[in-house]
Every structure is written in structure tokens, then in C-alpha cells.
Design a protein around this ligand. Structure first.
Ligand code: BES
Ligand code: MN
Ligand code: ZN
Length: 498
């Protein structure tokens, strides 16, 4: 995709489509005002006749508007002018791309970037625009046979700026947005692939491929024998029932010499049947998304290495299948983690924490500046926060606040959650050091507390993304979250935000 900025008026710049916005009560945005003047009042008359609507996300595409150089004008509703924010902007841009789906639009000029939206300077305006377009253009049809619908041949995106001095910020936002949109697409693809294709070995191959031809990025993969040598008895207990071999994938990006790295750990359960504590059948297919934590940290690595950020980043993915079989772990089994702590496996469906705890112990060797694990960890998190915000746990208030802010700025939002000794006490076991479940109350919190027993002395956060990583129903598919939040966090840590 190519990007440009322009100070030209909406009507004066040639393109396949110019996007302008209108608000409730007949208020026109900056681009729409110009189009209205150039077309001798067309926009106002269409509002009056009720042929176009200012409702947020509504779009009318008008070809050959007199006085306008662009081939089409997309007039998009922005709702109430005083509640304009990045969410409305993203929705408007995405709706426009959907409305253009059957056209041959190659270049677009987005003038919505001139509107005064909350939390949007020229940088974030351009970034949100590019990310929202990337989201709207995304298709997953590689498993379908037969003729596929041709995608919109979009190749150039322009952003309107108020003054020449805004060009650098806008171009930087577009550049970062491009890398983040690409990382989101990587994560969506991995999530959407079926579990018979996206196995632990497949995740390893994708990680290897990302690092080939990138001098700053390298990938290593440990097999089960190597993990056994390291003492990862907890991780290996999850893969014990599976025929597909488990893998530990380690990606290292070196953009900042000898600085301590930020380490991202992603849960990579490529299919979660529950194991011997078998899940009910209804909707079990969705447990192919149980590797979305892994997908998001690999997608974030793709974004960060593409931006060439001056930061060191390490990504670690424990990748396994959780299957029932004669060799599977039983409820009641006691396993020994790499940290030395013994764990009573009371429920084999609480497997995410069993692979993460060994990965979290493993990453100590990197002396991390911060460790963030990302996991579709608990159904209880979905009950607590629904599908809008992920849960942000941390043993470091500053890190928790940083992630919260990164979520806000990137519109990939989270919410801070509590931990503490009272919750951790729910994990007591009569027979081992700890149990892998903490009873019916506060299931997302006790899962976080379990991980907290393996992160002493490190600055650590845990994102429970069970509610946000994918959508169910007619829209079923990976969302690529929290790639934008993590990218924003790393952009900020690298000092790369304007
Ligand atoms: N992968 C699931 C969590 C999950 C469930 C995410 C539904 C999204 C939707 C996880 O491995 C799991 O099964 N957790 C159990 C834990 C319980 C046994 C303590 C759960 O949430 O039911
Ligand atoms: Mn499970
Ligand atoms: Zn799981």
C-alpha cells in the first residue's frame, strides 16, 4: 500500500474516491463543506431530502459529482459532532471500504483526518485510518475452493492534513498503521486456520519464516525432548495426550543493542478439547482459537520488526494440543514445573496456565525489562468483561497503567483487574504445592494468581484475552487483538511515538 498526504481541498484532488463526513443536525465536516460548495449545494440538498444520513457508519457513494475531481464521493455519517472519537472514525472508514467493495477503487483520499476527533492528532488519525482499512479489507478465503470474489484493488491511501507541517506525523502514522495492520492480519490468519493445519509445528514454521531474511530477527524452536531436559513437566503434561508434538518457539528481535528485552509470552494451545476433563461438544470448534495469544505475540513481532523499532523484543510461545487419550494427564495427577513447584492437576481443562508457567520460568534467562503473557485463559474473563475489554493483571502498577493507556490510545481496550493473597489462597492443594484451579469464584483472577506464583522478581503483566480474541456467530473469526495494544505499548517503550 502507498500513502500520501495532501493539503488540497476535497474537491480539487483527483482520485477514485474521496471520503467526507457529515454530522447530525445538518452539520457538514470540512471535506463535505468543500464538496457542497463545489457541487453547488448537492450535499445539503441530499441531507434535506433524506437521501443521505449522518448516523455514525452510514455511507452513500455518489459517482461523478459535478465540480469534484474525484470519480466518487463517499459521504459518511459521523453522528453527533461532540462525541466524535477514534472509534467513530474507524467505524466510518471501515463502512466506506465495505460500501466500495464492488467498485474498482484503487486510490482513495480520506479527508476525515481533518475532523477534530477526541484522541486524534495527525499521527493517530492516519494510523487509525490505515488500521481500519486493513481490518475492512481482510478476507480469509484460503480454505474455500472455487472462484473467490476479487478483493477491492486498493493500492494508495491519501490523508488530508490542515498544514504542510503535519505531513511528517501523518506519514509516520500511516507507516506504523501499515505495520500494525499487517501484524493484525498475521494474527487473524493464524487464529482462523483450522486446527488440523495450525498445529504447534505449523506455528513454529510461521515464526521461522517471519525471521528469514530479517537480520535483526531470529527464531529457535525447542522440541519435547529439549523441554524435558529443562524440567518443563507442567507444559509437557498438557501435550501428553496428543500425537502432535509440542514446541517451544523463541523469537528474538534485536533493535537496541544490549538493552534488556521486553518479553511477550503467548498461549499457543492449537486446539483445546479440555483433555480428560473434556469440554461439551457445542461450539467446541471455537477452541481452535485457543492459540490466539500466540498469534497476537507473533503478529506483534511481525509489526515491530517491520517498523524496525529501536527496542529489544523476545517472543516465547509454548505451543501444544490439549487432547484426551490413554497417555493424557488425569485429574489428580501431580506434575513438577520447571520452577520446582509441584502442581495438582484437578482439571485438565485449566491447561493454559500449565504451559504458561513453564514458559514464564524459561524467560527469566532473558533478564526481561518486562514480561507480558497473553492468553485466552478463562471463560470467567468473558463473564466478567464481555467482549469489549481484555483483562489486565500485573504485579507492577506502573506496567498495568502503561498497558491500560496503550489500550486506550490504540482503541484496543483493556481494564485493570485485581490479584492478591485472598484470591491466591483459593489455589491451595492438599497434596501438591498448588492446585491448577481455584474453585468457582473469580476464575479469571485465580488463573492470574496461579501465573503470579511463577513471576516473582520480574515486572510482569498478564492479559486474559478470552473475550476479545475472536468473534462468534455470523462474524466468526479472529480479531487480531491485542496486536494494536501491544504495538502501542512497545512504540511507547521505544520512544517512537511523536
Ligand atoms: N481456553 C479455555 C478458556 C476459554 C473458554 C476461552 C471459553 C474462551 C472461551 C481454557 O483453557 C479453559 O478451558 N479454562 C477453563 C478453566 C476452568 C477449568 C477452571 C474455563 O474457563 O472453563
Ligand atoms: Mn481449557
Ligand atoms: Zn484453553
Amino acid at each position: 500500500m502507498k500513502y500520501f498526504t495532501t493539503t488540497s481541498k476535497a474537491s480539487r484532488r483527483a482520485s477514485d474516491c474521496v471520503i467526507v463526513g457529515i454530522y447530525n443536525r445538518g452539520k457538514l465536516g470540512i471535506g463535505a463543506t468543500d464538496i457542497d460548495t463545489a457541487s453547488k449545494g448537492l450535499v445539503r440538498s441530499l441531507i434535506k431530502s433524506g437521501d443521505i444520513s449522518a448516523e455514525a457508519g452510514r455511507v452513500a457513494v455518489l459517482p461523478d459529482v459535478p465540480g469534484v475531481k474525484a470519480k466518487r464521493v463517499a459521504i459518511v455519517g459521523l453522528g453527533k459532532s461532540d462525541s466524535l472519537d477514534a472509534i467513530v472514525m474507524r467505524k466510518a472508514v471501515a463502512a466506506t471500504i465495505k460500501a466500495l467493495a464492488d467498485t474498482k477503487t484503487r486510490q482513495i483520499l480520506n479527508t476525515l483526518t481533518l475532523e477534530p476527533a477526541k484522541g486524534c492528532n495527525p499521527y493517530y488519525h492516519a494510523r487509525h485510518s490505515v488500521e481500519a482499512i486493513g481490518d475492512a479489507l481482510y478476507r480469509f478465503d484460503q480454505m474455500k475452493s472455487g472462484r473467490k470474489k476479487a478483493p477491492l484493488p486498493l493500492s494508495t491511501i491519501g490523508h488530508s492534513i490542515a498544514k504542510r507541517g503535519d505531513a511528517r506525523q501523518s506519514m509516520l502514522g500511516a507507516d506504523h498503521g501499515d505495520a500494525i495492520a499487517n501484524g493484525v492480519a498475521v494474527a487473524k490468519d493464524l487464529g482462523n486456520l483450522p486446527p488440523n493445519v495450525c498445529t504447534p509445528s505449523y506455528l513454529g514454521r510461521v515464526a521461522k519464516k517471519l525471521s528469514s531474511g530479517n537480520g535483526k530477527l531470529s527464531t529457535r524452536i525447542l522440541n519435547e525432548a529439549e523441554m524435558k531436559k529443562l524440567g518443563m513437566g507442567s507444559l509437557l503434561s498438557v501435550t501428553a495426550g496428543a500425537v502432535e508434538p509440542g514446541k517451544l518457539i523463541i523469537m528474538q528481535y534485536k533493535g537496541a543493542g544490549s538493552d534488556k528485552p521486553v518479553v511477550l509470552v503467548g498461549k499457543g494451545v492449537t486446539f483445546d478439547t479440555g483433555g480428560i476433563s473434556l469440554k461439551p461438544g457445542l461450539g467446541m470448534d471455537e477452541m481452535k482459537f485457543d492459540m490466539c495469544g500466540a498469534a497476537s505475540v507473533i503478529g506483534t513481532m511481525a509489526a515491530i520488526s517491520r517498523m524496525k523499532l529501536p527496542i529489544n523484543l523476545t517472543v516465547v510461545v509454548p505451543a501444544v494440543e490439549n487432547m484426551p487419550s490413554g497417555t493424557a494427564t488425569r485429574p489428580g495427577d501431580i506434575v513438577k514445573s520447571m520452577s520446582g513447584q509441584t502442581i495438582e492437576v484437578l482439571n485438565t481443562d485449566a491447561e493454559g496456565r500449565l504451559i504458561l508457567c513453564d514458559a514464564l520460568t524459561y524467560v527469566r534467562r532473558f533478564k526481561p525489562a518486562a514480561v507480558i503473557d497473553v492468553a485466552t485463559l478463562t471463560g470467567a474473563c468473558v463473564v466478567a468483561l464481555g467482549h469489549h475489554r481484555c483483562a489486565i493483571y500485573a504485579n507492577d502498577d506502573k506496567l498495568q497503567a502503561e498497558l491500560f493507556t496503550a489500550g486506550d490510545n490504540s482503541e484496543d481496550i483493556g481494564w485493570p483487574m485485581p490479584m492478591g493473597e485472598q484470591y491466591a489462597a483459593q489455589l491451595k492443594s492438599n497434596f501438591a504445592d498448588i492446585a491448577n484451579i481455584g474453585g468457582p469464584g473469580g476464575g479469571s483472577v485465580t488463573a492470574a494468581c496461579f501465573l503470579g506464583k511463577f513471576t516473582d522478581g520480574m515486572s510482569w503483566a498478564h492479559l486474559d484475552i478470552a473475550g476479545v480474541a475472536w468473534k462468534s456467530g455470523a462474524q466468526k473469526g479472529g480479531t487480531g487483538r491485542p496486536v494494536p495494544m501491544l504495538s502501542e505499548f512497545l512504540l511507547s517503550r521505544a520512544g517512537a511515538l511523536p
